[in-house]
Design a protein around this ligand. Structure first.
Ligand code: NOJ
Length: 747
C-alpha cells in the first residue's frame, strides 16, 4: 500500500469576471451603513408591509426578506428597495421551497428513493418555476445532511444515508433550481444546507450536539457539500449544530479553511434562523456582539432573522476587532448573487412570463416522481407465498380501503409544505376509485382519525369489511407533523393503535396490502407476517394517490429503492450499509439469539462478535433494497482490467436479465470495497448506479465507466488520495450483495 494520486484540485468559477466587477463597483460606492444593511435578512410580516419594515428597506438596512409569498407584496418590497433607496439594490426573497411550491413532489427522502437525477432535477425545476411566479428568488434547498438516524425528524428532508447517492442527487437538485443561467426566468438560487454534520445529532434529537471525527466528516458528511460547490450552488447555510465543540455558525475551520480555502467556494454563506444569536445559547459567546464577531470571522456573510450583525458590526469595526475589508468581502458575496440573478436588470415579477401553477405537465411530473419513489418491500401471500400485487383487475370485485392515511390530502403532502394546498391532492382513495372503474366496489373505513389515534372502536367494523372483500388495502403510517424539523421520535414504530389494527385484521383470510405513508423508515418487523404486501410510499405529495393506484393495479411496476437502511428495532440505530468491518465482524455462525443462550453459559461462548443478543445484526431491509413485479437476474459481472494503474479509467460491465413477462425499471448498483487502507475503509461503498428499463423476457448489458479517482478517500493525513492495493467489487440489486470480483490498483 502506498499513498499516491491526489485529486483534490478544483477551481471555482461561480461568477463571471463581469459579475464580480459589477459587484465591486457597486461596493465602492457604498457607505458603511449601506454595507451592513446588506448583511441582514429579515422575516416578512405576511402579505403586508408594516411601516418599520418599509422604513428599514428605505434606509438600506435590509438585504433579504424571508418567507414572503404574496406577489404584490414582493413586488412592492422590491420597489421600495430599488426606487426608494440611494443605491437601488434589489432584495433577495428567500423561502423554503423544499419539495415543491404548489405542485408538491414526494418528500426529499422519497425523491432519493427514485435514484433518478433526472426526476429530481425536473422536480426542483418545477418547484423553482412555481415559486418564482410570486417573486421568490432564493430557496433553502437542497438539504444534503447525511442522515443515518431515522429517529431524526429531518431525515424526511434528506437524501438519505449515502454520500455518493446524496452527491449525485444534490447536483441534480441544484441544476433544477438554478439551471445553467441564474438570471433566466424561473431560475432561483439554491442553498446547500446545513453545513455541516447536522444529520449526526446525538440520539436523533434535532439541534443536538454532533461529534464527528475529522476523517469521518471528510469521508461521509462533507462530500455532498463539496459536490454542491462544484455544481455551482449559489449559497451555503451554516448549521445550527455544535460540531466537535464549535457550533458550525462560528466554526472557522469549517467555513474558512474547508469551504473557502480548500474548496475555493465563492458564493454566499447565510446563517440558519437566529443561529448567530444562538452562539450565545450554545455557550460559545458571552453576548450578541461576541456572536456577531465569531460568526463574521468564521465566514457567515448574511444573518438570518436575528440582528447581531446590524446591531454590533459598526462597533466591532470601530474597535478594530473586525476590519472593514472583511465586511467588504461579505457584502461582495451577497451582491454577486444579486447580480447573477439578474435582479439589477429586473427585480419585479411578472408571473405571466412563467408556466402556470399546477399545470398538467407539472402534475404529471409529480406523479412520475411519486410512482418511482415507492418501494415494494414485500409481496407474497401469508398463506401460500404467491405474489398478491399487482391486484388482478379481472378477479377483483370488491376492495376495502382502510386507514387514516387513505383519504387525507393534507397528510400525504409531508413536512415542509408551506405553500401547497391539500385541495389539489389526489388522495389514495380517489386515485384508486378513478383507476378501478365502475365494476369494482370500493368501501372505505378510516378506523382512526389520525395516525396517532388509539381508539379501537371501529376494529370490528374494519374486520367485517375485510372479510367481505377480495383484497384489503391498509393506508397507514405517520402524519406529516411527526417528521421534519424538531419532530423527532424515540421510537419509530407505526404510531397509535395501527399495529393492533393490523393484528386484528390479520385474522381474516383476505389478502392484505399495506401501503405506508411516512416521513422516515419505520420499524415494521412486528407486522411483516400479518400482511401480504408492503408498499412504502413515503409522503408522496399532490399526486400520490394516482401514483400508488397505478402501482397497485400493475399499470407500472414499483421501482424505487431504499435510500436508507431500515432497522429491525430502534436499538440498532445507527445502522447503515457502509459500516466498518470492526475487528470482530458479525457472522451467522457467531450470532446467538437471546432465547438460545444457555443458562450460565461460559462468558466467552457467544461468538465474541459485533452483534446484539436480541436482534439480528443485519437491517430489516438494506440500503438499495426494493422489489419489482418483474424478476431480475444479474450475471457476467466483469471488470476491464484486474490490475489498474493509478490515474487510469476502467469499465465494469454486467448483464441484467428480466425473466418475467412485465416490462420494468431496475436500479443497478455498483459497490466497491477497498480491502486495506491507511484508515479503515467501509465494507461496501456505492460507486455507481443506473436506473434502466429492462423489457420483459430480455436482457440489457450495462457498463459503468470508472476511473481510479473514483476510489479516492481522505486518508490518515486527511488528504484526498487514492491508495494502491486490493479491492473487491460487485454489481447487483441492493447493498446486501456479495462483492466477488477482485481487482488491484497499482502504481
Ligand atoms: C430553520 C431550518 O433549519 C432551515 O433549514 C430553514 O431553511 C430555515 N429555518 C428557514 O426557514
Amino acid at each position: 500500500m502506498s499513498n499516491s494520486h491526489s485529486s483534490n484540485s478544483y477551481t471555482s468559477n461561480l461568477y463571471s469576471p463581469d459579475i464580480i466587477n459589477q459587484a465591486k463597483q457597486l461596493l465602492s460606492k457604498m457607505t458603511l451603513d449601506e454595507k451592513l444593511g446588506q448583511l441582514s435578512q429579515i422575516s416578512s410580516a405576511g402579505a403586508h408591509i408594516p411601516h418599520d419594515l418599509a422604513d428599514a428597506i428605505r434606509q438600506g438596512r435590509v438585504s433579504s426578506v424571508i418567507n414572503e409569498v404574496d406577489l404584490a407584496t414582493n413586488n412592492e418590497l422590491q420597489r421600495l428597495a430599488v426606487e426608494e433607496t440611494r443605491l437601488g439594490i434589489p432584495l433577495l426573497i428567500g423561502r423554503d421551497v423544499i419539495h415543491g411550491f404548489k405542485t408538491i413532489f414526494p418528500i426529499p427522502l422519497g425523491q432519493a428513493a427514485t435514484w433518478s437525477p433526472e426526476i429530481v432535477e425536473k422536480g426542483s425545476r418545477i418547484a423553482g418555476e412555481e415559486s418564482a411566479t410570486v417573486g421568490v428568488n432564493w430557496t433553502f434547498a437542497p438539504m444534503i445532511d447525511i442522515a443515518r438516524d431515522p429517529r431524526w425528524g429531518r431525515i424526511a428532508e434528506s437524501l438519505g444515508e449515502d454520500p455518493y447517492l446524496c452527491s449525485v442527487l444534490c447536483a441534480a437538485m441544484v441544476k433544477g433550481f438554478q439551471t445553467n443561467d441564474l438570471s433566466s426566468p424561473g431560475s432561483i438560487a439554491s442553498c446547500a444546507k446545513h453545513f455541516a454534520g447536522y444529520g449526526a445529532s446525538e440520539s436523533g434529537r434535532d439541534y443536538n450536539t454532533t461529534n464527528i471525527p475529522e476523517n469521518e466528516l471528510r469521508n461521509v458528511y462533507l462530500p455532498p457539500f463539496h459536490q454542491a460547490a462544484k455544481a455551482g450552488v449559489a449559497s451555503f447555510m451554516a448549521s445550527f449544530s455544535d460540531l466537535n465543540g464549535v457550533p458550525a455558525t462560528g466554526n472557522q475551520w469549517l467555513l474558512k479553511q474547508v469551504l473557502r480555502d480548500e474548496w475555493n467556494y465563492q458564493g454566499l454563506v447565510v446563517s440558519d434562523w437566529e443561529s448567530i444569536k444562538e452562539l450565545q445559547v450554545h455557550g460559545l459567546s458571552a453576548s450578541e456582539k461576541d456572536s456577531a464577531y465569531l460568526a463574521a470571522t468564521a465566514g457567515v456573510d448574511m444573518e438570518m432573522a436575528s440582528s447581531c450583525y446590524i446591531d454590533n458590526m459598526a462597533a466591532l469595526i470601530a474597535e478594530n476587532q473586525i476590519e472593514e475589508t472583511e465586511v467588504d468581502q461579505m457584502v461582495l458575496n451577497i451582491l454577486q448573487m444579486k447580480f447573477a440573478l439578474g435582479l439589477f436588470e429586473n427585480a419585479f415579477t411578472e408571473p405571466s412570463a412563467l408556466p402556470e401553477l399546477l399545470n398538467a405537465k407539472n402534475l404529471e411530473a409529480a406523479k412520475e416522481a411519486a410512482q418511482k419513489s415507492c418501494v415494494l418491500l414485500q409481496n407474497k401471500s401469508r398463506h401460500d407465498d404467491s405474489p398478491v400485487l399487482p391486484i388482478n383487475r379481472g378477479a377483483t370485485n370488491r376492495i376495502a380501503v382502510i386507514g387514516p392515511m387513505a383519504h387525507d390530502g393534507y397528510e400525504q403532502l409531508g413536512t415542509w409544505v408551506f405553500d401547497g394546498d391539500e385541495k389539489h391532492s389526489v388522495t389514495c382513495l380517489d386515485g384508486l376509485i378513478a383507476l378501478a372503474g365502475k365494476s369494482v366496489e370500493i368501501e372505505f373505513e378510516p378506523v382512526f382519525s389520525t395516525s396517532r389515534d388509539r381508539n379501537i372502536q371501529n376494529f370490528e367494523k374494519a374486520l367485517e369489511l375485510t372479510n367481505n372483500v377480495d383484497v384489503a388495502i391498509l393506508y397507514l403510517g405517520e402524519e406529516s407533523i411527526l417528521s421534519g424539523e424538531a419532530h423527532c421520535r424515540s421510537t419509530i414504530d407505526l404510531p397509535g393503535a395501527q399495529v393492533e389494527l393490523i393484528e386484528h385484521l390479520s385474522q381474516s383470510n383476505t389478502p392484505i396490502v399495506l401501503v405506508v405513508l411516512a416521513g422516515r423508515p419505520l420499524t415494521l418487523q412486528p407486522i411483516l407476517d400479518k400482511v401480504d404486501s408492503i408498499l412504502y410510499a413515503w409522503h408522496p405529495g399532490t399526486m400520490g394517490g394516482v401514483a400508488i393506484a397505478e402501482l397497485l393495479f400493475g399499470d407500472a411496476s414499483p421501482s424505487g429503492k431504499l435510500p436508507v437502511s431500515f432497522p429491525r428495532v430502534v436499538g440498532q440505530i445507527p445502522i447503515y450499509y457502509a459500516q466498518k468491518n470492526s475487528g470482530r465482524p458479525p457472522t451467522e455462525e457467531s450470532f446467538v439469539f437471546i432465547d438460545d443462550v444457555p443458562v450460565r453459559a461460559a462468558q466467552t461462548s457467544l461468538g465474541m462478535a459485533a452483534t446484539h443478543l436480541d436482534t439480528h445484526f443485519s437491517p430489516l431491509y438494506p440500503f438499495g433494497y426494493g422489489l419489482s413485479y418483474a424478476e431480475f437476474e444479474y450475471s457476467h459481472v466483469n471488470i476491464s482490467q484486474h490490475e489498474i494503474k493509478l490515474g487510469c479509467a476502467f469499465v465494469v460491465t454486467v448483464t441484467v436479465e428480466n425473466k418475467s413477462d412485465v416490462d420494468a425499471e431496475e436500479i443497478v448498483q455498483l459497490y466497491v470495497r477497498d480491502l486495506v487502507g491507511s484508515v479503515t475503509r467501509p465494507v461496501k461503498e456505492l460507486k455507481g448506479f443506473k436506473r434502466l428499463l429492462v423489457k420483459a423476457n430480455s436482457s440489457v448489458d450495462v457498463a459503468f465507466e470508472m476511473h481510479t479517482d473514483d476510489l479516492a478517500f481522505y486518508d490518515i493525513r486527511n488528504q484526498l488520495n487514492v491508495e494502491t492495493g486490493d479491492f473487491l467489487l460487485g454489481v447487483g440489486a441492493n447493498s446486501s450483495l456479495e462483492l466477488n470480483v477482485p481487482f488491484k490498483l497499482v502504481n
